[in-house]
Design a protein around this ligand. Sequence first.
Ligand SMILES: [Zn+2]
Length: 497
Amino acid sequence: MERKLSFRCLIALGTAALLLGTAAVPALAVAEEKSSPFDAPGVYRPSMPAGSEKDPLPKTSAAKKEVRGPSDPSYKMDVKYDSTKHQINGTLTVRFANNLGMEMKDIWFNVWANAETFRENGGVVEIHKVKVDGTAADFSLKGTGLHIKGLSIPENASAKVQMEFTVQVPEAQDRFGWYGTTVSLGNWFPILAVYDDEGWNVDPYYPYGESFYSLSGNFDVRLTTDKEQVVAATGTRIGKPKVSGKWAVHRFKAKNVRDFAIELDPTYKVKSGMAGKVKVNVYYTEKHAKFADAMLESGIESIELFSEKYGQYPWPELDVVSMEGWFGGMEYPQLIMMSLNDNRTEEWVKSVVAHENGHQWFYGLLGNNEYDEPWLDESFATFSAALYDGELEDYEVPPVDDPYYHLSSPVSAFTARGEEGIYAYYRMIYGYGASTLNDLREKLGDRRFYEGMQTYFQENLYGVTTTRDFIDTMERTSGEDLSQFFHDHRVYLSDQE
Ligand SMILES: [Zn+2]
C-alpha cells in the first residue's frame, strides 16, 4: 500500500527525496513559498495553520456559493514549438467576463512554467507584450505570478487579454520538460488565476503534488512544430496537420476544460480503442511498447467504471501518453502522462492510469482549489484507483499520528513542516483520504454512497467544489448527519473559512 501510494502524480525531484530518505528538505517548495512575491493588495497569501486541532463549524445551512471568476474563459493560442531549440513562441488571447461584482483594476495569471524547479533546469518564461482590449497594459512577471495592472474593466463587461510569450522548455523527466525525443507540455502557458472570496489565488508551484486552480473554459490552439512530431493534446484534432517545408500546423479545440496539455514525440506509435462513445488513444514509444496494451485496457475500463459510478465522461476523447521517468503519472483534461521505466509492472501501469483517469472526474470535471484543499482531488483519485483495482474490501490506511495534519489541510500546512510534512502529505492526502472515502462507502453502503457521488458530480460538473459542498451533498443524499464521521476523520471545515 505504501509503495503504491508513493508514486502518484509526483514529480521527479520530490520522489527522489522520498525514496532516498536522506535528501535535503523539499527546499523548492519551501523556498518558493518564502519568496512568494505576491504581496499586492487583494492577492491571497496562504496563511499557515496554527497547528492546533480545530473544531468543525456548524454546517449544512451555512453553505454559500462564492463568486469565482473571471468567468467563461475562452483561450486562443497560436504557438510554435521548435524541437531543436526546445522553445515555444507565440500568442495567447483569452476572453472572459468580469463577474466579480466590481470593476476589475488588475488581473493575475499563473505562469507555472516559470517556477524555480524548471528554471533550475534551463526553463524560463518571458512575456513580451500585453494588451487588454487592444490597449497596451502595464504588467510584471515575478516567479509564477503575472500581474497586469492599471485596468478598468467594468462590472459584467467582457474583456480580452492578449500577450506574446516565449517559453524555454527545461530538460527534465517531468510533466513540463523535454527528455530524449519526448516533450511534455503540462502547465506550459500563462493561465488565468481565479478570483474568489480569498482574492486572487496566486499560490506557489508545488513540485511534490499539485497546486493548480483554474476555471473551465474553451480552447482553440494552433501548434506549429517540426513535421516529424506526433502530437497528442487535450481536446479534439481539427483537420489534418498542414505541412509546409519542415513545419506542420496542428489545430485542436477543447470544450469545458480547465487546462490544456500537449505531448510530442516523433517516434510515437498509436493504439486506440473505444470506451462506449469515448475514443481512447495510447501514444507510446518503442521502449514502452510492452505497456501499451495495459495503458489502453485500463484507460477504457476505468472510463467505463467511473462513468457508471460517478457520472458519464463527457468529452469525446482521452489520450494516454508514455514518457521516460519514474514519477508515476500526471493528469490534464483528456490527457494522461505516464512516466515509465523498465521496473514497472503491468499491474502498476493499470493502477496508475486508473488513478490519473480518476482525476478526469476529480479536478478535471469537478474542479477544486488544489492548494487549499488537495484532498478533494487526490484522495478521490486514489480511491478511484483502489475501486478499479478491486481493493476496496480491505483498503485501510491509518493517518499520521500527529494531529497537526488534517485531511482537509492546505498544501502550505505540509510544506511548513519540511520533509516530514511532505511524507505526511502523501500519507494523508493520498492514502488516508482514500481510506476515509472507503470508510464512508462502508458506513453508507454502496447504493447511498454512489448515489451521493452522482449527485455531487451532476451538481458540480465543470464547476469548482469545496469540502463543504461534498459533506453537504453526502448528508443531503444519505439523510444522515455525518459531522461526527468527518470530525473523526480529521476533515475540518474551518480550514477553508
Ligand atoms: Zn493524483
